[in-house]
Write a protein that binds this ligand. Structure first.
Ligand code: 6PG
Length: 240
């Protein structure tokens, strides 16, 4: 289990580096299963790839995209994590439907949790009795949540592979993969941009005792590498 941190001068440099990584994965010419984060941070990445020659240079047929969590809304809704990725990127590249494993936010949550768990077990390699992603990308909320695993409202040792959750602020119903599934991944990358995240980044990376209740401070790959990819604004309070 290794932990790394990379600070990029700008969001543009961070998303360019991520795009290079994705291209390298696609060049391995085998199916790679990647769980994307939701919220606003990855939108810059999707827009960047759609606007550059990564659109053609990435061999998309080898990449399977999943989501770490989804809001329980229709894909057409602007809150939909899949919907935003689809509108910003997937509709603009050559990728088949079979490679997009969206969480069906429009369906009954508990039924969708069961379907998602079965789908992960069917499509992903099983390691340690759990589905194993090649790469899980995660965002961090200012409260230290990640995916839809919120402080004091998630079970780090659950037997479940997916759960129904509720955003503590808005009450919005969500579906999330669980901490054990994330921790079974070969690579976990936290993508964190912007000055609004600098306090939570400092707490998570510099004050472990304060951060012990925060999912983003506790959830890391047990099978491989965990990394924090930050822009300078998000890293502003870290010692240089
Ligand atoms: C979601 C996410 C969530 C997100 C963080 C950061 O569905 O909202 O998966 O965990 O990554 O809340 O969100 P921002 O990128 O919008 O700051």
């Amino acid at each position: 289990m290794t932990m790394q941190m990379h600070i990029f001068d700008s969001p543009q440099q961070l998303v360019a580096s991520l795009s290079d990584e994705l291209q390298k994965l696609s060049e391995l010419k085998r199916s790679m299963h990647i769980a994307l984060s939701g919220g606003s941070t990855p939108k810059r990445w999707f827009d960047f790839m759609a606007a550059t020659n990564f659109r053609e240079s990435i061999d998309w047929q080898h990449l399977h995209f999943w989501w770490g969590d989804e809001r329980c809304v229709e894909p057409a809704h602007q809150e939909s994590n899949f919907g935003e990725a689809d509108r910003r990127l997937f509709q603009k590249i050559q990728i088949t439907e079979e490679n997009l494993h969206r969480i069906r936010g429009e369906d009954a949550p508990q039924e969708e949790v069961a379907r998602l768990a079965a789908d992960m077990q069917q499509q992903l390699p099983m390691v340690n009795g759990l589905p194993q992603f090649d790469w899980v990308l995660l965002g961090v909320g200012e409260d230290g949540h990640t995916a839809s695993l919120f402080p004091h409202h998630y079970d780090p040792e659950t037997e479940q592979m997916a759960v129904v959750a509720h955003h503590p602020g808005s009450g919005q119903t969500r579906i999330s993969i669980t901490a054990p599934v994330i921790e079974n991944a070969r690579r976990v990358s936290y993508l964190v941009l912007g000055a609004s995240k600098r306090e939570v980044v400092k707490t998570v990376l510099e004050s472990p005792e304060q951060a012990q209740a925060l999912p983003a401070a506790n959830i890391r790959s047990k099978e491989g590498m965990t990394e924090w990819l930050l822009d300078a604004d998000a890293a502003a309070l870290l010692p240089r």
